[in-house]
Ligand binder design. Structure first.
Ligand code: HEM
Length: 200
């Protein structure tokens, strides 16, 4: 399901590289024309990261260690570059301080999550690695939730500006909350099965 939602959003991001200026939403075009290096590299790395992430949670691929490592490295590099370029573009985002702080915090959070997830596996902490990578992908998935929410917010709030200010936060905060709830429930489930395994 996650992958199915990620595919059209990645295609939308790659469309930027093919269509250039023609892909820019009218309210964002001036800013993108001023910083083409930002938007094109961001769309390229973001499109790749959003596609690679779901592959890492497939059990069949998890078992193939070398493949998991290769795709994982691709995810770490592209997600970190997406977050870094997103952070660099955030001060120029449409919608003023609310939007800029929202996207800026998202970019910083992606860097923290991906960096911590990578350090955890270098330290052979598999459980910590899994948790931080789930957080990292929940944040990268903001690209999908943003584009699902924006049309409804634009109609509901009566315009693109208020919708964009809200979506700069609502595209990622609920994703992170959902990831934390999922991690908490999977920790509870794991601690419930451990004594039974120990008893056996
Ligand atoms: C998760 C960290 C991310 C951050 C911090 C971030 C940040 C930003 C910022 C600041 C902008 C410019 C907005 C403006 O100027 O008003 C933008 C636009 C854009 N981003 Fe991201 N982004 C992230 C993830 C992604 C991902 C994973 C993708 C790929 C699917 C992506 C694709 C795009 C596209 C295509 C645009 C152009 C605007 C549009 O057509 O909606 N972003 N992003």
């Amino acid at each position: 399901m996650v992958f199915i939602l990620a595919v059209p959003i990645a295609a939308y991001a790659f469309w930027y590289l093919l269509a250039g200026d023609r892909a820019f939403p009218p309210d964002l075009a001036a800013s993108f024309r001023a910083r083409p290096w930002g938007i094109y590299s961001h769309a390229l790395f973001g499109g790749i990261a959003v596609l690679l992430g779901p592959l890492q949670f497939r059990r069949d691929l998890l078992r193939r260690r070398r493949l998991h490592r290769a795709i994982g490295l691709g995810f770490v590099v592209t997600a970190a570059l997406t977050g870094a370029v997103g952070l660099a573009m955030a001060p120029f985002a449409f919608g003023g301080a609310i939007t800029r702080i929202g996207f800026g915090t998202l970019g910083a959070a992606v860097l923290v999550a991906v960096g911590t997830g990578y350090r955890r596996i270098r330290g052979r902490d598999v459980a910590g690695h899994r948790e931080w990578m789930i957080r990292a992908y929940a944040l990268i998935f903001a690209a999908v939730t943003l584009r699902l929410e924006l049309p409804f917010l634009t109609v509901g709030l009566g315009g693109f500006l208020p919708a964009y200010q809200v979506v700069a936060w609502s595209c990622w905060v609920p994703n992170l909350v959902a990831a934390e709830l999922y991690l908490r429930s999977s920790r509870v489930a794991a601690s419930a099965t451990l004594p039974r395994i120990a008893d056996a």
